[in-house]
Design a protein around this ligand. Structure first.
Ligand code: FES
Length: 273
């Protein structure tokens, strides 16, 4: 059992949980994730690791309430426990040193991009961060991101915070201004990652995306997280979650993400009514 030691509402529907998990906290690296099962009857869901503290033995997870399990999770309080927390899973984020990197976090993706930006900064890179959300109430960690970035750009779809537009807009401004970028790292919705990766392709800027397909076991056995990258089938849980954004078949990923939408809606309705 993994006790919740801290719970904070970060943004509308977005909750941070700091959870006791000493073994995971000791080994976790930026870019990895855990698979969580709340109780005996619960489904297993992947959650990216937003932070970890090996000394305290805790990991920080950020979840958006969209389905039955994430809604159940959002109703847990400090002192409650999560049954299983398996991890750290997936490969750590690939790091470079002394370069210029753009770190983009969209919506919930702001949480996992934070430890990646922090580590890139610690490795001597110039870190230019772009965080965005549909609207101001969904934004969080502006100050945390500013603290690990040389430059921070904020965008919202509706212009209620920062610049009105999408993450791709400040990124294109940088490219058009001739800023030499060694890498772009993106974590966000599949459509946002697709659009942003397309924008860097003609400029030959290496663009890494962190994929979020449906996952069940997280160990490469069930095949539910399969994605096509460079024409080859890959399992995001063991081969990723990071991949070359110019090689990912995003249309297939989006179609697979939509596959269980009706069942997920039904499960949420049954749980909340
Ligand atoms: Fe089952 Fe990746 S989650 S193979």
């Amino acid at each position: 059992m993994h006790r919740i030691v801290r719970k904070i509402e970060l943004a509308s529907g977005t909750t941070l949980f700091e959870v006791e998990a000493p073994d995971v906290a000791r080994k976790a690296r930026p870019g990895q994730f855990v698979i969580v099962r709340i109780d005996d009857a619960g489904e297993r869901i992947p959650l990216t690791i937003a932070d970890y503290d090996g000394g305290k033995g805790t990991v920080t997870l950020v979840a958006l309430s969209i389905g039955k399990t994430t809604t159940m999770l959002s109703r847990l309080e400090e002192g409650d426990s999560i049954l299983d927390l398996a991890g750290p899973l997936g490969n750590p984020a690939e790091m470079i040193e002394n370069g210029t990197v753009v770190c983009i976090g969209g919506g919930l993706g702001i949480a996992p991009i934070y430890p990646i930006a922090r580590e890139l900064k610690a490795k001597g890179n110039k870190v230019i961060s772009i965080i965005g959300a549909r609207t101001a109430s969904l934004l969080f960690w502006e100050e945390k991101m500013r603290a690990v970035s040389d430059e921070l750009h904020i965008v919202t779809d509706d212009g209620t915070a920062g610049r009105k537009g999408f993450a791709v807009h400040p990124l294109m401004d940088l490219i058009n201004a001739g800023v030499k970028l060694d890498r772009v790292m993106i974590i966000g919705s599949a459509i946002m990652m697709k659009v942003t990766a397309e924008a860097t392709r003609p400029h030959g800027v290496k663009t890494i995306v962190s994929l979020n397909p449906i996952m069940v076991d997280g160990t490469g056995m069930c095949g539910s997280c399969r994605v096509t990258v460079g024409g080859k089938v890959k399992f995001a849980c063991v081969d990723g979650p990071e991949f070359d954004g110019h090689q990912v078949d995003f249309d297939e990923l989006m179609a697979r993400l939509r596959m269980y939408m009706d069942q997920e809606k039904l499960a949420l309705e049954k749980y909340t009514h």
